[in-house]
Design a protein around this ligand. Structure first.
Ligand code: SF4
Ligand code: SF4
Ligand code: SF4
Length: 256
């Protein structure tokens, strides 16, 4: 189902074949959002940090694939929140901490986050992370910048055009005219706000195949969440669904 704000819907178009892996987008995001550095270990890859983290809203994934001409072929791709139209994180969030802006960005209000981590289980792309206070963090499509008519910090800094920001329909139409056979995210989950233009198979770049919201999340959204609004209480309801879905609460397992 299309977002009621789809006429105004903005998006980031990611074109991995233009990405040179410079990671300026990672740095720009950290700078704009004042995110601290992360201590990581060398695990045999130039990819750093190894995955999204509370202080890393986007990363460049370094996919190493076999090649006839070179010992290794690198396929760089930006990993970030997809800003789903049908967003599992928003569907399950019992406190309203995750919300959608007029431009279609899925943003968060950390003051409303109760730290239940349900959004982690509901996200088909394993995006939400938690900070040291147990509050949700993730890419918010620079809602503060785009709301003021600017482009997201990562897009602004990308030197090659691998990241573009603008009207979602126009970005898709231009990418199609430019000969990109696959527009990953054009239709998935109601249409993603991070659309990827590929000439090769998306799975070569490690993209999630057929992303879907877990059925337990849809059940929660349809039958149990309204109860929490009526009076069961968001925290109690969240605790119940958390226990049913993923078992007893564990401490934050994010890397140090
Ligand atoms: S990618 Fe995950 S965190 Fe981002 S909007 Fe979709 S469900 Fe939410
Ligand atoms: S859109 Fe903003 S918050 Fe999201 S990855 Fe880019 S710079 Fe970071
Ligand atoms: S700034 Fe652009 S070219 Fe550099 S790593 Fe990010 S997406 Fe790739």
């Amino acid at each position: 189902m299309a977002n009621e704000n789809s006429k105004n819907r903005k998006a980031i178009l990611v074109t991995p074949e233009l990405c040179i892996g410079c990671r300026a987008c990672q740095v720009a995001c950290k700078s704009w959002n004042q995110l601290p550095g992360i201590k990581t270990k060398n695990n045999g890859s130039y990819q750093n940090p190894p995955d999204l983290a509370s202080a890393a809203y986007n990363i460049i994934r370094y996919n190493e694939v076999p090649s006839q001409d070179n010992p290794v072929r690198w396929l760089f791709v930006s990993r970030r929140c997809m800003h789903c139209d049908d967003a599992g994180c928003m569907k399950i969030c019992p406190s309203g901490a995750l919300y959608k802006t007029d431009e279609g960005a899925v943003a968060f209000d950390r003051d409303k986050c109760i730290g239940c981590k349900l959004c982690v289980t509901a996200c088909p792309f394993d995006v939400p992370r938690y900070d040291a206070d147990g509050k949700v963090t993730k890419c918010h499509l620079c809602f503060d910048r785009i709301g003021a008519g600017m482009s997201p910090a990562c897009v602004k800094t990308c030197p090659t055009g691998a990241l573009k920001y603008g009207d979602r329909e126009e970005l898709i139409s231009t990418a199609r005219k430019d000969g990109f056979a696959t527009l990953y995210g054009e239709q998935d989950l109601g249409g993603l706000g991070s659309v990827y233009a590929f000439k090769e198979e998306p799975k070569l770049y490690g993209m999630v195949e057929n992303p879907a919201i877990p059925s337990s999340v849809n059940f929660w959204h349809t039958y149990l969440k309204p109860l929490s609004v009526i009076g069961l209480g968001g925290v109690v309801a969240a605790a119940a669904i958390h226990y049913l879905a993923i078992g007893p609460h564990k401490d934050n397992e994010e890397e140090v």
